[in-house]
Design a protein around this ligand. Structure first.
Ligand code: 3PG
Length: 217
């Protein structure tokens, strides 16, 4: 898919069209942001979720958005409307939340920030779908029911697609990707804390390339 300008309307499901895995990134040092993004891109990974779990996360999003325009950088772990506004101001092109919250949903809608909201129960799927969200993060995927849960949801929620995240690794991802209602998976294994700390960019490129090459089981 061609990458449009930052203002081009990105639909949530577009995030699944760039590759099978979205890295879930926890970044501790802002100076790691750009080399890490380039390392991931070198491995074929363009969609990057930087979680708002550290004090430098927003600055990291800003740095990547400015210096690595080929990347599609978004913000993860949005828990409030204020998080949505801060992520948008930093240049995030999409947002991810661990659960489903009406305030986050409304703020993202107001900002025209594509949101991948998290769900872990059928009731939350119903609520999110009622509010117009048809592409959801299933979190924490392994702990909340695993592959069997999404298989069970395929029939009642045939119009809903999922990005499972939480406890997924390179060896378990193919089983998830084989599900018809899974378009992409998320995981932190592409950017291990120790690789970031050691500035081991070749390792991150290798992990990204392996992830890019994943196929459904
Ligand atoms: C998330 O926020 O989606 C998870 O922390 C990522 O889960 P993982 O670390 O088990 O991949």
């Amino acid at each position: 898919m061609a990458l449009g300008p930052a203002s081009a309307a990105l639909q949530p499901l577009d995030l699944a069209s760039y590759g099978p895995v979205i890295p879930v990134i926890v970044i501790e040092r802002v100076e790691h942001a750009v080399p890490m993004a380039r390392a991931l891109l070198d491995g074929g990974v363009r969609v990057l979720e930087v979680t708002l779990r550290t004090s430098v996360a927003l600055a990291a999003i800003e740095a990547i958005a400015r210096a690595v325009p080929e990347a599609i950088v978004g913000a993860g772990t949005l828990r409030s409307a204020a998080d949505a506004r801060a992520a948008h101001a930093a240049g995030a092109r999409f947002a991810v939340s661990p659960g489903y919250g009406a305030a986050v949903a409304a703020a993202c809608r107001e900002l025209a920030l594509p949101l991948l909201p998290g769900v872990a129960t059928a009731s939350e799927v119903m609520q999110a779908a009622d509010d117009g969200f048809r592409f959801l993060k299933f979190f924490p995927a392994s702990a909340a029911g695993g592959v069997a849960m999404l298989k069970a949801w395929a029939s009642p929620f045939a119009d809903v697609a999922f990005c499972p995240t939480g406890g997924i690794a390179i060896d378990t991802a193919p089983a998830w990707l084989a599900l018809p209602n899974v378009k992409v998976v998320g995981g932190s294994w592409l950017t291990p804390a120790e690789a970031l700390k050691a500035e081991d960019w070749p390792r991150i490129t290798r992990l990204a390339a392996e992830a890019s090459a994943l196929r459904p089981a």
